[in-house]
Design a binder for this molecule. Structure first.
Ligand code: FAD
Ligand code: PYC
Length: 414
């Protein structure tokens, strides 16, 4: 793979961009691989990448039923933060956030990581106490966050009305090194690096069955034929329940639609990310100038990748309370993704009842920020059978009642 560089851009400009090679190969599947990852979203691709980079396992295929990055990875509002309450969560999300800092250099692909700061507003006294507690927990975990007062909120986000009619802003939990990244660049960067290591990314190839023998996984059936493997890793977000069913076990999660929308582009007016969890909405401004806005999940299970109409209205109405200038903006487009939500709002990175079959799911509304950390940890679990970062996130916690309750830190209403 040719490296991307300032020199390469100048060279290609001089020859009318005729020399760029394809970012990744599109091969036909082989008969067998050492490891197969199902799902070419960010988590699946990152798992494959770190299997190769950290553990030398490169005989890997990533199987994708649509196009890579076309699931939730390409549909989210790209908020990256690690201000979680519980220690196991802070560990994996902070690992992830720190990997985002160097991802562009590591992958030789500009993922446009923008550590512009993430502010979670406190608009009730209960939220003030909750976020102060999180700030103390984060200090002990080595995660840099601070609780700030309303005047400082107004300084860093002047377009906000801190004296809102129902819920005045009482302060906020601020993570200065949180921010955003370009979501599809994250998928494309990992895909290019995986392909460069000799891994096969097979798109338009749906997994229709999981082959088992003597309690162990043997391979998969796909719309492009049968493929054998020694190890299988299922990383399919909102489709996890279906794939677990094919593998012969059940998962404690639900699939629901989460949606987002963007406004027409306007001049730069907000250079941080704001999450307003009481009125419920979150917003940032994209490099193109669009206001990127997200709401809560639909209140019923579905697989439509659309999201309901009333949520758009509720979300915009809520945000107008805190950002009155929004009322004059036209909304351009809306979309949805199907997220996989567990009871404790924490992910599952785990071995499964089927031998040599692993699962990574349950990131729900908040897994974009976790992509590199999750891939790093999952690759370790698949390669070595254990990982300090995944230890608390096993399926066994649901049997043993060892929940990792992050329903507040999730920051999105479910
Ligand atoms: P996906 O990207 O969904 O990838 C799974 C892949 O598996 C898909 O490409 C799918 O086609 C494939 N697949 C499924 N079934 C099969 C099969 N049978 N065979 C082959 N392939 C299959 N998180 C944040 O951290 N910050 C945010 O701001 C944020 N905002 C969000 C906003 C919205 C509207 C949505 C929907 C989600 C948001 N999230 C956010 C959550 C985040 O997007 C997800 O947690 C994350 O992208 C999940 O990545 P993934 O790789 O696990 O799943
Ligand atoms: O987890 O930070 C998050 C998030 C923001 C919007 C959707 N999820």
């Amino acid at each position: 793979m040719k490296r991307y560089s300032a020199f390469a851009i100048a060279r290609e400009a001089a020859r009318f961009h005729s020399g760029w090679e394809r970012a990744w190969r599109s091969p036909e599947p082989k008969k067998k691989y050492k490891a197969i990852v199902i799902g070419a979203g960010g988590h699946g691709l990152a798992t494959a990448y770190y299997l190769g980079k950290n553990h030398g396992i490169k005989d890997v295929a990533v199987i994708e039923k649509g196009w890579l990055g076309g699931g939730n990875t390409g549909r989210n509002t790209t908020i990256i933060r690690s201000n979680y309450l519980q220690d196991p969560s802070a560990a994996i999300y902070e690992k992830s956030r720190s990997l985002y800092e160097t991802m562009s250099q590591d992958l030789n692909y500009n993922v446009m990581f923008s550590p512009r700061g993430v502010l979670m507003l406190a608009q009730t006294h209960h939220e003030v106490r909750g976020y102060q507690r999180t700030a103390h927990a984060n200090a002990l975990q080595g995660v840099k966050t601070e609780f700030i007062g309303p005047q400082r909120v107004k300084e860093i986000c002047p377009i906000m009305n801190i004296e809102g009619p129902r819920y005045p802003v009482l302060g906020g939990l601020f993570q200065a090194r949180g921010g955003t990244a370009r979501h599809d660049a994250v998928a494309w960067g990992y895909a290019r690096a995986c392909s460069d290591m000799g891994m096969d990314i097979i798109q338009q190839c749906e997994v229709t069955a999981i082959k088992r023998e003597g309690g162990e996984v043997k391979g998969i059936s796909t719309t492009k034929g049968e493929i054998a493997c020694d190890k299988l890793c299922i990383v399919v977000a909102g489709n996890s329940g279906h794939l677990a069913d094919l593998a012969g076990f059940r998962l404690p999660l639900e699939s629901v639609a989460l949606q987002a929308l963007v406004s027409e582009p306007i001049k730069p007016c907000m250079d941080i990310v704001v999450m307003a969890n009481t009125v419920h909405g979150y917003m940032s401004q994209s490099d193109k100038g669009e206001m990127v806005i997200g709401g809560g999940t639909d209140g019923y299970n579905n697989y439509t990748q659309r999201g309901s109409f009333q949520h758009i209205e509720e979300t915009v109405r809520a945000l107008i309370e805190t950002f009155p200038m929004l009322s004059r903006l036209k909304m351009l487009r809306q979309w949805g993704g199907i997220v996989d939500v567990t009871g404790d709002r924490s992910p599952i990175l785990s071995k499964t009842p089927l031998g040599n079959c692993f699962i990574n799911c349950g990131w729900g509304t908040g897994g974009f920020k976790a992509i590199p950390g999750s891939g790093w940890a999952m690759a370790e679990l698949v390669a070595k059978g254990h990982s300090p970062l995944t230890a608390e996130f096993g399926l066994d916690r649901f049997k043993e009642g060892r929940f990792i309750d992050e329903s507040v830190a999730a920051g999105v209403a479910h």
